[in-house]
Unconditional design. Sequence first.
Length: 226
Amino acid sequence: MRLLVIDTALGACTAAVFEDDRPLAVRFEPMTKGHQERLGGLVRDAMAEAGGGFDSLDRIGVTVGPGSFTGLRVGLAFAQGLGAALDRPVVGLSALDALAASSDAVTGPVAALIDARRGQVYARLFANGEPLGPDKALSLGDAAGRIADLGPDIALVGNGAAVLVEAHPNLKFASRDDRVAPSPEALARLSAAADPAVHLPRPLYLRAPDATPPSRLPGQPRQPAS
């Protein structure tokens, strides 16, 4: 299976082409913003290096969140548009699942953590490679408690690990990987294994956006205080 993987949900812009487990071309640029400007060029360059043209793709995988509201929609829109143009399936991947799959931990539990700001992390815990529940937005205290329950052999992965450890310096863990985004290899493995009928390319939001629509239209008078 030849597939294109795309990730713009977190702290990098990724476009990579894989043939089964073999990387044909990988473009990975750390960035916190500007994904929209870079993604098209990275996909173009990766496809040119891989050869065979877009028609050679069998599937497209894309991260759906949790993560940046703007960033993840950039990748989703691009992947869905390309999938529609090529008539190829597009599978959606949890960024937390992809982070866990990027961990170097071979045995023991894993906690995938994304800095959600406002004293929270997006988290998902795994044991023996299986998730212990859905993706959740947790307070730092709740996340520390759940991780402590799994014992000191747990591996932490994702940029939320540093935030959690800073807030709870006595937290016990076996290893910490502060990577800003999933590895292309992990994205490819998950994309190849995903069922297109189940892993739909829909945004995964764990809380409401920080921005809110205006309460009045331009030129409309303010409502008197009650």
